[in-house]
Every structure is written in structure tokens, then in C-alpha cells.
Design a protein around this ligand. Structure first.
Ligand SMILES: C[S@@+](CC[C@H](N)C(=O)[O-])C[C@H]1O[C@@H](n2cnc3c(N)ncnc32)[C@H](O)[C@@H]1O
Length: 176
């Protein structure tokens, strides 16, 4: 499953990447992701190696807030997601707010809010980057702004390479 849609995500390359990464985990204690973005590779690794320690990095503070909220404030993030319905107004408001962000907010609530807005903006945008609004201005296109909001809009990835499905989840994920 992808959380934020991200241009350049390695999601579609997992079948290629995972078989090369899996052997490198032997004897490793930590997986470091310098450009986490959508977390495509990291989530796949966490799924297979929940006992590894994970270090996620991204220069974009809104991306950092999203993964921070997922890791440390999941319940509040879920509640915020459940209470939200996509709208044109929220798309443009969130976009302006996130563009103005210069750093990770100092408060817990601020981090959750920005993380949520990052996720919502990606899901409401056409490209997944917060560029154009999904459904177009005034929602004249067939695909509407909420097409990627809700459990029906997520999809699973089933790697075809046997190596990439050899290790199954063994428990809760570790730190970010
Ligand atoms: C294409 S996306 C991430 C790709 C990721 N592997 C995935 O599958 O989603 C690139 C990410 O790297 C981040 N980034 C770009 N340059 C960076 C840098 N110099 N240091 C840290 N993060 C950076 C961006 O903010 C963006 O979130």
C-alpha cells in the first residue's frame, strides 16, 4: 500500500530493489533511508524486517511531519483522517500552508496537523505532488477530488520475486 502518492516513488521498482536489498540485511542492525519520500522501500523493508531499527530522513519538513505522525501519533492521525472529507477549499488552503512551512513545527499538535495535511494534499492532487487539483477546477473532470480518499482507493503490492516475499511480518514495526 502507498500512503502518499509520490512522483518518483520506488513503489513500482520494489520487485527489482528488494531482491538486492534483502541480502544486505544479514547482520545489519539498522536500515537508513536518506530520501524517504513516500517510504515505498522503507515500508516494504519494515514489513519484512520489523526487528531492524529504521532511520528515516527527508529534507522536506512536511514529509518529516507525516512520518513522525505515523510513527508517534498514529491514533490522532487516523482520527483526523477519518473526520476529513476532501474539498477544493481544503486543497488550496493546505497547499498554501504547506508551501509556507520552513521547518518542523515545535509542537506535537503542529506536527500532526502538518503531517495530516501533507497526506491529504497528496491524495487530493492529480499528480500526487500537490500541483494540480484532482478532478480539475470546479470538479469538471470524471475523476473527482476524493477518488484517492478512503479505503477503496488504496491498493496492495504483490511482489512477483520469491525472494521478496520470503520473510513475512513478525510483529510491530520499529522506530523511524
Ligand atoms: C522521489 S522522492 C523519494 C523517493 C523514495 N525512495 C520513494 O520511493 O518514495 C524524493 C524525496 O527525497 C527528498 N530529498 C530530496 N533531496 C534531498 C536531500 N538532499 N536530503 C534529504 N532529502 C531529500 C525529497 O524531499 C523527497 O521527499
Amino acid at each position: 500500500m502507498q500512503l502518499p502518492y509520490y512522483p518518483g516513488s520506488k513503489y513500482k521498482l520494489l520487485d527489482v530493489l528488494l531482491p538486492r536489498l534483502l541480502p544486505l540485511t544479514e547482520g545489519a542492525a539498522m536500515f537508513v533511508e536518506p530520501f524517504v519520500g513516500s517510504g515505498a522501500v522503507t515500508l516494504a523493508m519494515m514489513n519484512r524486517f520489523p526487528d531492524l531499527e529504521y532511520w528515516l530522513n527527508d529534507r522536506d519538513p512536511t514529509v518529516a511531519c507525516l512520518w513522525h505522525a505515523v510513527r508517534f501519533h498514529a491514533l490522532e492521525l487516523i482520527k483526523t483522517i477519518a473526520a476529513f472529507h476532501p474539498s477544493e477549499e481544503s486543497f488550496y488552503t493546505y497547499k498554501a500552508q504547506l508551501n509556507a512551512i520552513e521547518g518542523v513545527p515545535a509542537t506535537r499538535q503542529g506536527r500532526i496537523e502538518i503531517g495530516f495535511k501533507k497526506l491529504a494534499l497528496h491524495r487530493m492532487s492529480h499528480s500526487g505532488f500537490g500541483g494540480g487539483i484532482r478532478g480539475g477546477r470546479n470538479q469538471k473532470l470524471i475523476t473527482k477530488i476524493d477518488a484517492r480518499w478512503g479505503c477503496r482507493s488504496t491498493h496492495s503490492h504483490r511482489p512477483s520475486d520469491p525472494q521478496s516475499v520470503s520473510a513475512r511480518p513478525r510483529g510491530a514495526n520499529h522506530g523511524v
